[in-house]
Design a protein around this ligand. Sequence first.
Ligand code: ZN
Length: 138
Amino acid sequence: MGVEKIDHIGIAVMSIEEALPYYRDVLGLEYTGTEVVEEQKVRVAFLKIGESKIELLEPTSDDSPIAKFIEKRGGGIHHVAIRVSSIEDDIEKHHQGDVRLIDNEPRVGAHDMKIAFIHPKSTSGVLLELCQEPEKTH
Ligand code: ZN
């Protein structure tokens, strides 16, 4: 598999506004902005940490998967994202390995990244996100 690095760690929060000061001001991470991902009913804020990022996820509605996660678990680490070079190939390999996927096809996430989630049942309990940078238009 063309695995490159840990791209980011997703942390579920009730409020980005309340969570951000710690990561930005106390840890001193570089905040690179917030965007809404309508399809997943979340607002996401990114902070750079070395080669990786921290992604704060705030629900935009009560039926958001993040709202449900916070209700059940009280927030915290929601997923770990792995950067891959070819997400279609990697999804295919997961199918061959009889792994349970949440997304059988890549969809579009924050920053227009192509993403696909792997079910925690197949990863020893961690929700894994595969992500690939959008093809660059030269
Ligand atoms: Zn993510």
